[in-house]
Design a binder for this molecule. Structure first.
Ligand code: MOS
Length: 731
């Protein structure tokens, strides 16, 4: 086949759904009009651990408008079938209203269903619960870890003993919450034994399968709809208990039920990026050649599920060294279960590794970029595979030039402007994007327009737009004549919308489906005596703006419309598929960045202001430059939050989260965000997939926090090994 002309892919287009969003016509989970909907409000446990001994629902039930109060003493027993292949971590998932146990502060213990939201909210406040209270264990540093996951190559302890230079550093990373703008919400409606759910989820297929498992329904009896998501960052990657609560509320009242988590409930109703204690010991030669690394990390999980994430790969493949050992322990606590958050694992590991590299550079008197260059591996030393593409050296070079790295003094505290100490720092970032089997249905209609459908989700990165770009070029149509639909479990199945895998996975399926449809049309034309393309080699035909023509001879052509009309075809259709990466894999596949930060630190107050940031990314081919830049800005903003502001604080006396609101849980606001610049290296990753993309939604956040921490050191001479970096720590 002749390659299709690329008109849409690579063009800096605005979001195809932008108008819907800015005019308020894009409907988010709680906004769908469902006739006869009633409102459900969760009553959450006010103890951190124990048993429910009494429930008084009298006052709530008498409140006007309240229809039902459902709790473990009157709720239906739910099957909770196993759900293999889900995003549920190993363990026993939280079963709502099935027993009297309270496993964490904020666990749903009852739901009040009422005809109005106000009545449900008021009713929830009238439910009186008695508890047998036990002391919760919520402190990572006080609890017993699970059995570790280990990795080793070489003999890291021995190599460390022999190393000319040794560092032994321990880092603390705070728990972070996703805090998407749109709260998690569900509308559930039963029609006999059929369940339809409008839900804020990043994975309609996963929520669909989980609801089928929880209620033991045939898969065909469940439908999950989710055309728009107001941010997620990972919080929507699994089906949370409140979605089941909404379905229970609907079934028990015989009415469609809407349940919206309050902002406070978002802090224990969905997951979070777990806190870590991470000790890293590094061994190096005097010339800065790494010889050994020993990583020991403890992270929180719940008492009922063991959540793990990709915390290990970065330590295995970011730098070349013969000896690595890693010990990863989860620590079960009386908290709800964590979940992935943007750049999961890699962002956390990179803070530690990249802070330590900066410490090593300082210790050795080597420029931090030069130190990294000296330890650049030739292959993935854990997988013993070549990299598909790894252009980190270019990221360093371009970044150093663009950021003016040569202006940085290697001596900390060397630059001062009045009260402000000025410093520059950098870090490398890496992320292993996913590639998972996916399907997409493509239909080209007789009027020359096309519809492409895949379950997917678009939590905000611009999936509607990028998939439309891919489809438009592959079909040879304009952007306007292609409609991409997503967010419905009736559409062909796709993997979770996360892990930077959507464009590589769903996009590859879309490309495949569109290629098939285009080939069908070309075949019809070249075999048709009445077509101007009759007898032409199919491989010489390309399609542009809905017109099939001989490559290089645009005059010999006809449109899809005339072709389909003459053949009396209402449409052409194909199911596109992507099978995932080859097994066994032939390449190690990662996206990279070099991130640069300039900070000013008030010498007396310890206040940190980020002045400039630059990210240079090796993310394969960039399908949607404008949206990619938007992703980079978002990732950097998120990284500023992790570096300087975000910290979910738990009161270990009772397990309560004390800052479960957006006033006390700090996220970056405009005044915290400086001039931010993003540069994507041109090119593509031919080994990655047919589109040449690597995925960029996660890698843009990785490396931001350590770049800022390293800049703070350069400004002040103070090394802060705890996130977030606060004024208190710097005074
Ligand atoms: Mo991202 S943590 O996979 O939504």
């Amino acid at each position: 086949m002749s390659p299709q002309p690329q008109a849409a892919v690579g063009a800096p287009l605005s979001r195809v759904d932008g108008r819907l969003k800015v005019t308020g016509r894009a409907k988010y989970a709680a906004e769908h009009d469902v006739d006869g909907v009633v409102h459900a409000v969760i009553v959450d446990a006010s103890i951190g651990r124990g048993r429910i001994t009494s429930i008084d629902t009298g006052a709530a039930e008498e409140h006007p408008g309240v229809l039902r109060v459902i709790h473990h003493r009157n709720a239906p027993k739910l099957p909770y079938r196993d759900n293999a292949g889900s995003n549920n971590p190993p363990g026993r998932r939280l079963r709502v209203f099935q027993d009297d146990r309270v496993l964490f502060h904020g666990q749903p213990v009852a739901v009040v269903v009422a005809t109005t939201l106000e009545a449900a909210q008021h009713g929830a406040g009238l439910v009186k619960l008695g508890y047998d209270v036990e002391q919760p264990s919520t402190d990572l540093h006080e609890a017993e870890p699970d059995k570790p996951t280990n990795y080793a190559r070489g003999d890291a302890e021995a190599a460390l003993r022999d190393a000319a230079v040794r560092l032994d550093l321990t880092y603390q990373l705070a728990r972070n919450h996703h805090n998407p703008m749109e709260p998690h919400a569900t509308i559930a409606r039963w029609n006999g034994d059929k369940l339809t759910v409008w839900d804020k989820t990043q994975w309609v297929v996963g929520t669909h399968d989980e609801l089928a498992a929880v209620f033991d329904l045939p898969k065909a009896s469940v439908r999950v709809i989710n055309p728009f998501v107001g941010g997620g960052f990972g919080s929507g990657l699994r089906c949370w208990p409140h979605t089941v609560v909404a379905a229970v509320a609907a079934r028990e009242t015989g009415r469609p039920a809407k349940l919206v988590l309050s902002r406070r409930q978002m802090y224990f109703g969905t997951g979070f990026r777990p806190s870590y204690e991470y000790r890293l010991r590094l061994g190096s030669s005097r010339r800065g050649r790494l010889t050994a690394a020993v990583h020991e990390m403890d992270s929180e999980t719940s008492s009922y599920e063991t959540f793990t994430e990709d915390i290990l790969p970065a330590g295995q493949m970011l730098y070349s060294m013969a000896n690595v050992s890693q010990v990863y322990r989860t620590v079960p606590l009386d908290v709800n279960t964590p979940v992935w958050k943007r750049g999961p694992g890699f962002a956390t590991a990179s803070f530690v590794i990249e802070s330590a590299m900066d410490e090593l550079a300082h210790e050795l008197g080597i420029d931090p970029i030069e130190l990294r260059q000296r330890n650049e591996p030739n292959e993935d030393e854990a997988k013993n595979l070549p990299f598909s593409t790894r252009r980190l050296r270019e990221c360093y070079t371009v970044g150093a030039r663009e950021f003016g790295w040569h202006h940085r003094s290697s001596r900390p505290r060397a630059r001062r402007e009045g009260d402000w100490l000025i410093g520059m720092g950098m870090a490398a970032g890496v992320y292993g994007p996913g590639r998972v089997a996916a399907q997409a249905r493509v239909r080209l209609d007789a009027d020359g327009t096309a519809v492409v459908e895949a379950a997917s989700s678009d939590m905000g990165p611009g999936t509607y737009t990028s998939q439309t770009q891919v489809a438009a070029d592959a079909l040879g149509l304009t952007m306007r004549t292609v409609t991409f639909r997503l967010g419905d479990s009736l559409y062909p199945p796709t993997p979770p919308h996360g892990g930077s895998m959507t464009l590589a996975s769903v996009g590859s399926a879309v490309l495949d489906g569109c290629n098939k449809v285009r080939r069908q049309a070309i075949k019809l034309a070249v075999e048709d005596r009445e077509s101007p393309l009759y007898g032409v080699d199919a491989d010489d035909v390309v399609v542009r703006s809905g017109r099939l023509h001989v490559k290089g001879t645009p005059s010999r052509s006809e449109t899809y419309r005339s072709l389909l009309a003459r053949h009396d075809r209402s449409h052409l259709e194909a199911l596109g598929s992507y099978d995932g990466p080859p097994s066994p894999e032939r390449h190690a596949y990662h996206a990279y960045n070099a991130t640069f930060a300039e900070v000013a630190v008030d010498a007396r107050l310890g206040l940190v202001r980020v002045r400039r940031m630059l990210g240079v990314y090796d993310a394969g081919r960039i399908v949607s430059p404008k949206l990619a830049e938007s992703q980079a800005i978002g990732g950097i903003v998120g990284g500023i939050g992790t570096a300087l502001l975000e910290h979910t604080v738990t009161d270990h006396r009772d397990g309560r989260i004390v800052n479960a609101n957006l006033a006390d849980y700090l996220v970056p606001v405009n005044a915290d965000v400086p001039d931010v610049k993003a540069i994507y290296l041109d090119g593509e990753d031919r080994e990655a997939n047919a589109l040449g993309v690597k995925g960029l939604g996660e890698v843009v956040m990785v490396g931001v926090a350590p770049a800022i921490a390293n800049a703070v050191f350069n400004a002040t001479g103070r090394r802060i090994r705890e996130l977030p970096i606060t004024a208190e720590a710097l005074i």
